[in-house]
Ligand binder design. Structure first.
Ligand SMILES: Nc1ncnc2c1ncn2[C@@H]1O[C@H](COP(=O)(O)OP(=O)(O)OP(=O)(O)O)[C@@H](O)[C@H]1O
Ligand SMILES: [Mg+2]
Length: 543
């Protein structure tokens, strides 16, 4: 069966669309507004002939490996979670049938056994070998298509033949945080930034296929997953993370959970715009960070601790050396900072080669850092080393699991962490993050200082009803410490706070919200202050 080029592609104006795609892989390139009220009927996409009412929640497009993908998220009567449907915009059903035929032919033509199918995106050599054969086959089956379309179909086939097929498309949607394969009977689930857990129209149809994907992931990091070792936890390059479990440990089937690393981190501008924090509170934290006071960022699970640490790191001056230590690379600091990221490694199958958080902390002290960022403190050893780092003159920032500033202090000073209470004032500030369990919104819940007698003094407290962070107590140690270390008078400190608030408002007015543009503004503030403040003030007058 052969198709002419025009029939091969479902959309018109394909040339333009694919032009838009080049060089922007994995990024959104267009988005439609949610059309909350539309009611349409599910056709074949629901897999049932029964007509059910649908309500479209959101629809948008993005590029995956140069392929334009369209996403529809909708509710369907009788389904208790919304559905997430992807379609590859330019491939019609007929084309897909032919592509599947090419794929089968490819498998007989190329000896798969000889190829290390580990990383389709990275290993250019393998891709090239396949690309040549695939291109030959595509040209054979679609003799009249142009080069552009040939490239697009070749990319599609590579992903199908070597990678995780449609699962990779899900991994390229910038709005997804998690992709979960539970077994071969159920569709793949995804966790969407705006809609939470959704069921997709992607299914990995056999248990063997899921196991094959898990093996591929394992090989990528030099680990095996097998009957004897049915659990795999892998930190992939770029910060993504994969976990796999095999039958019969996971009793319903083989599973793979992929956690995606956010490619576009939040900045202080987003935080203020989304009302996570107000400019005045952000200015206070900024001042404390500028003058090298250490802080703990605490909160419950997924309250936004790591995001906050990342946001606040932009306040560090560019002439200071930062070493960060994490289990999984999550932090993404502005490129203007002098930053060395380190991450831990799990032991191999022979239980060798482990590099722990504490190992890295000890090592970081020999790297002459000014600031140390610790992904999360969970154990005594890490806490001990953290305090040692602070006491040897480094300012440290870490996240910690607790629900209030009081609890943070209590958990640090009691088993299993057991830091002596007298050491706690080395931490000048506790910043609590919070996720409202009813609405899901994230806010800064408390800003507190630790006084010299190791007590928590709450400076600001979030009022859940009014949705504002209100001042509660006057500072007894934080501002004194700044005065002591800088020689500034209280009046001068107030001026600095107001100045910082102005800068933050300037960033918001001008939509300076990318991690690097915010970083650039901070670098200007620290190194070219007079000029920069002129800009801030003149913009304020104009605005
Ligand atoms: N201020 C915020 N506004 C909106 N979303 C946020 C905010 N802060 C964080 N998030 C989102 O919340 C999720 C969890 O954030 P993050 O990983 O920072 O939380 P965490 O407290 O460090 O979680 P964990 O307990 O897993 O370490 C992420 O998807 C992140 O994008
Ligand atoms: Mg975290």
């Amino acid at each position: 069966m052969r198709l002419k080029s025009k029939n091969a592609l479902s959309g018109s104006g394909s040339e333009d669309e694919s032009e838009a795609g080049s060089g922007a892989e994995g990024k959104e390139y267009s988005g439609k507004k949610p059309e909350n009220t539309e009611t349409v009927c599910v056709g074949k996409s629901s897999g049932s002939s029964e007509r059910k009412s649908q309500r479209l929640l959101e629809s948008y497009a993005f590029l995956s490996n140069k392929m334009p993908i369209t996403v529809r998220i909708f509710t369907v009567s009788g389904e208790f979670v919304p559905l997430y449907e992807i379609s590859i915009s330019k491939i019609s059903e007929n084309t897909e049938i032919i592509l599947e035929k090419i794929r089968e032919e490819l498998i007989t033509e190329v000896n798969l056994g000889l190829v290390d199918i580990t990383s389709t995106k990275k290993t250019g050599v393998i891709e090239q070998a396949f690309m040549d054969t695939i291109e030959l086959l595509v040209r054979k089956h679609f003799p009249d298509i142009d080069d552009h379309t040939t490239n697009f179909l070749t990319a599609f086939l590579i992903q199908r033949s070597l990678g995780m097929g449609n699962v990779e498309i899900l991994m390229d949607d910038p709005r997804l945080e998690e992709v979960a394969i539970n077994n071969s009977d159920e569709p793949v689930w995804v966790y969407h930034k705006n809609h939470g857990w959704l069921k997709t129209n992607v299914i990995v149809t056999t248990e063997d296929q899921i196991k094959h994907y898990a093996t591929m992931i394992g090989r990528r990091i030099g680990r095996q997953i097998s009957v004897l070792e049915p659990l795999l936890d892998a930190h992939l390059s770029e910060g993504d993370r994969a976990n796999a479990t095999l039958l019969p440990i996971s009793t319903k089937g083989n599973t793979i959970t992929l956690r995606k690393f956010s490619r576009d981190p939040f900045t202080i501008t987003h935080f203020i715009k989304y009302k996570t924090i107000h400019p005045a509170s952000a200015a206070l934290i900024w001042l404390a960070m500028q003058f090298e006071l250490s802080a703990i960022i605490a909160g419950g699970t997924a309250s936004g601790k790591t995001a906050t640490l990342n946001v606040l790191a932009s306040f560090i001056p560019p002439n200071q050396r930062i070493v960060s230590i994490e289990d999984t690379r999550e932090l993404q600091l502005p490129k203007y900072l002098h930053w060395v990221p380190l991450s831990t490694r799990m032991p191999n199958a022979e239980k060798k080669g482990e590099i722990s958080m504490a190992d890295l902390l000890v090592n970081s002290l020999r790297m002459r850092p000014d600031r140390i960022l610790v992904g999360e403190v969970r154990r005594q050893k890490e806490a001990e080393t953290l305090f040692e780092a602070i006491h040897t003159g480094h300012s440290c920032y870490t996240t910690f699991h607790a629900n209030s500033a009081e609890e943070t202090l209590r958990r640090f000073t009691h088993p299993p962490i057991n830091v002596p209470e007298t050491l706690m004032p080395a931490i000048s500030m506790i910043i609590m993050q919070f996720r409202n369990r009813r609405s899901g919104i994230r806010r800064t819940f408390q800003i507190a200082e630790i006084t010299e007698d190791s007590k928590v003094n709450l400076l600001k407290q979030y009022d859940t009803k009014k949705d504002v962070l209100v001042d509660v107590n006057k500072s007894r140690s934080l501002l004194n410490t700044i005065e002591l270390y800088t020689g500034y008078s209280p009046k001068e400190i107030n001026t600095l706070l107001r100045e910082k608030e102005d800068v933050l408002k300037y960033l918001i007015r001008n939509n300076v919200d990318h991690v690097d543009t915010v970083g650039r503004a901070m670098a200007e503030y620290y190194t070219n202050k007079e000029q920069f403040m002129k800009l801030v003030r003149s913009n304020k007058r104009q605005g």
